[in-house]
Design a protein around this ligand. Structure first.
Ligand code: ADP
Ligand code: MG
Length: 396
């Protein structure tokens, strides 16, 4: 089936062609070492395929926030060796100074990593001069960095207009999964939205109520919805000033035929620390000095039954303060139910968000979801229904 954007399958013969590939290599570092190489590993399919097809592969990426200045601590030269290890192939490092001459020495099938794109002051401004400088080094452009696609920068958006542009394999997998989850999903569709605050996810909630059949609200943001309905949430994290907004979202859901699920039992404590004394109570029984820190077991069981009747699930935000035991219980239990239903083939499950991915890893189920997006900001903007400039620029 033809995709709305061009992929590596549309590139034709790339032998000897210089292909600029935008990747996300922004890995966390500790004591000068890569502490988590997930992002490096995710680039392997695209880079290996292009090298095997005889392209001259030129990897473009940003690293940290050098703010347009050269910073040796943020040089991509630091990643050349770990990246070569992950790829299992040699990687050359190429500085921006004299880049054209260095690129000219590369042979088909060779891989080079260009210096940090953000050493250019104009990178984040999508400056035409920077686009030209980069474009002059390549014949073709591949964007494989969905996680950077919500930014219209020179290397993520501008280049797509300067050279023939294609989506890499990682980008393609991400777009396929997102399309399945919210573009043209199989109904009924459930969305789980949790996390700390309503205020950071207003646009997500507004977009989802019109598209999903069940909206499951958990985490701290559920407190705002409960408070808006007159529930005393005690000392819970709660944005009381957003009561009206919460009511508007409930009304919009009702108009759209979307069932909103709020917890009816909750786990509370008077202290927020690991393993404090807790009570599991009906939401109407929270004491004035207590905090709601997790969704209760009865609600979780009912939510599991909702998922059993759904074909598609999209999940962003934990159900409770999962970093602090035992307030991970609801998130873990619901995640396991979703993973089991996915395994049975009855549910397509897509999840994303920094803390959500951490919570799913903690539950040990991340690899049993259909797709888990590691793109934090880009994933949220997509859940808000926004067009991502880096993706839009790849349209056929
Ligand atoms: P994501 O990064 O996946 O988008 P968020 O950043 O929105 O998720 O939310 C995650 C945070 O929400 C976690 O730090 C978690 O502890 C917090 N949280 C969830 N439920 C509660 C709660 N009931 N009270 C306080 N914090 C909560
Ligand atoms: Mg977060």
């Amino acid at each position: 089936m033809t995709k709305p954007y061009r992929t590596l399958d549309d590139m034709g013969d790339v032998t000897g062609k210089r292909v600029l590939v935008r990747e996300d290599l922004n890995v966390p570092m500790a004591d000068g070492q890569v502490s988590d190489d997930t992002r490096l590993r995710a680039t392997v399919p695209t880079i290996a395929e292009l090298a095997d097809r005889g392209a001259i592969v030129l990897v473009l990426a940003h690293f940290g926030r050098p703010k347009g200045k050269r910073d040796p601590n943020l040089s991509l030269a630091l990643l050349t060796r770990p990246y070569a290890e992950v790829l299992g192939r040699p990687v050359r490092f190429i500085d921006w100074d004299g880049a054209a001459d260095s690129v000219a020495t590369l042979r088909p099938g060779e891989i080079a990593m260009l210096e940090n794109t953000r050493f250019f002051a104009g990178e984040e401004k999508n400056d035409g001069q920077v686009v030209e400088t980069m474009a002059a080094l390549g014949d073709l452009y591949v964007n494989d960095a969905f996680s950077a696609a919500h930014r219209a920068h020179a290397s993520t958006e501008g280049l797509a207009h300067a050279l023939p542009a294609f989506a890499g394999r990682q980008m393609e997998a991400e777009l396929d999964a997102l399309e399945k989850a919210l573009g043209k999903p199989e109904h009924p569709v459930a969305a789980v939205v949790g996390g700390a605050k309503v205020s950071t996810k207003l646009d997500v909630l507004k977009h989802l109520v019109a598209r999903v059949d069940h909206l499951i609200i958990g985490g701290g943001m559920a407190n705002t919805f409960l408070a808006a309905r007159g529930v005393n949430v005690g000392k819970s994290l709660c944005e009381h000033d957003l009561a009206e907004t919460a009511d508007e979202i409930m009304a919009a859901a009702e108009r759209a035929g979307c069932t909103v699920h709020l917890p009816y039992d909750v786990v509370v404590a008077t202290e927020f620390r690991p393993n404090p004394p807790t009570r599991t109570v009906n939401v109407h029984e929270v004491a004035g000095d207590e905090m709601i820190l997790d969704v209760g077991p009865a609600a979780v069981e009912a939510l599991g039954d909702v998922l059993k009747n759904c074909r598609t699930l999209v999940w962003n935000g934990p159900m409770g303060a999962f970093e602090t035991p035992p307030f991970d219980a609801a998130t873990v239990a619901l995640a396991r139910t979703a993973a089991a239903l996915t395994g049975d083939g009855s549910l397509v499950s897509v999840a994303g968000g920094g803390d959500t991915v951490a919570a799913l890893n903690q539950a040990g189920v991340a690899d049993r979801f259909t797709f888990v997006s590691t793109a934090g900001g880009a994933f949220l903007e997509w859940m808000e229904g926004r067009e991502l400039p880096g993706v839009a620029a790849l349209a056929r």
